[in-house]
Design a binder for this molecule. Sequence first.
Ligand code: KG4
Ligand code: ZN
Length: 333
Amino acid sequence: MLVLGIESSCDDAAAAVLETDAPGKVRVRANVVANQDDVHRAYGGVVPELASRSHLITITPVIERALDSADLELSDIDGIAVTRGPGLVGSLLVGLMCAKGLAHRSGIAMVGVNHLEGHLLAPLLEHRIAMPYLALVVSGGHTALYAVREFGAYQRLGRTRDDAAGEAFDKVAKLMGLGYPGGRVIDRLSRKGNTNAVRLPVARVRGAPLDFSFSGIKTAVALVLKQHDGALVPADLAASFQERVVEMLIRPTLTAASQIGARTIALTGGVAANSRLRLKLEHAAASIGCGLVAPSFQYCTDNAAMIALAGSYRLLRGEKDPLDIDAEASLAL
Ligand code: KG4
Ligand code: ZN
C-alpha cells in the first residue's frame, strides 16, 4: 500500500509517501518539508496568520514534489493520511482541505491523524521497536510521556504543566538575543560553555513525579540576564540552562520507563535533536536496562512521513474517514 501523508499543523508544510504492507513495516519513498523559519524569524515565534497564508502557497507544490521524488502519480496512491489536530486551526485547515480535495477528486480513502500520534510512532520509521515502549515527546508545542502499547493504544503518563521544553529553548534564546528557532543555537553554543557556571532551578511538580515544568527556569534566566547586565558568558548561560532542562526531562522519563516495564525509550519531537539530551538520556536509560531510540533529525521535527505511518495501520484495515471531518486545534489523543 502507498500512503500519501500531509502535515500542516504549525509552521511546516510537509508531504511524504510511505510504502507499507503491514503495520510498522514501512519504507519512506519521499519526505518533503517546506519550513517557514524565514517568515517567523523577525517575530521570534510562529505568527499563526502568517503560517496559514504561507501554507496556502506551499502545500500543493510540496505534495507535487513528494510524488515526483517517489516517481509516482496521485493515481498510484492507495490512501491519504492528513493531520487534523492538535495545532493552529488556520494551518491545520490548509492541509486538511487539500487532502479532502485530492480524496474527493480521486476517490482515494482519507484518514485524519492526530499529530501527536505521528510523533509517538516516528521512531518506527527507521527502527523496529517491541511494544510497549515509552515515548518522550519533546517539541515546541508538547512535552509529554506516553506508553505506546500497540498501534492506536496510547496512555499519557506525564505532561508539562506550563511551557513545552522547545518553547523554553526558544524563549530563552530570544531573551539572550540568539535568534530563532532557538533550540539548535543553544545546543551549538552550549558545547563551548560550562554547565555549572550559572545557578538555575531544577523544577519538580509536587505529587506528580511524571510531570514537567519549564516556566520557572525561563523566568530565572530572565532574572540572571537582568542582574548580570552584560557580565555573563553567553555559552555558560546556554550550557547551564540546557543541562538543567535535560535533567528535568530525564528524571520523570526513567521513573515512567520503570513503571511500565519498557525495554525501550523512544525520544521524539524537535527537541529530540538536542545532542546533550540524546547523550545523557542514552546513558541514563542504559543504567535502568533500557535502550534509547531516537529518529534522525528529519523525523524528529514535524514531517509527513510520521503522519503517513500513523494513518497507515487504519488504512491497511480498510478504514476511512468521511470527507466532512473538521480540524481540531485541541484534538485529544
Ligand atoms: O517538533 P517540532 O519541529 O515542532 C513542534 O511540533 O513544535 O519542534 C520544534 C522545536 C523548537 O522549539 C526548536 O527550538 C526545538 O524543537 N529544537 C531543539 C533543537 N532543534 C530543534 N531544541 C533543542 N536542541 C536542538 N538541537
Ligand atoms: Zn510536532
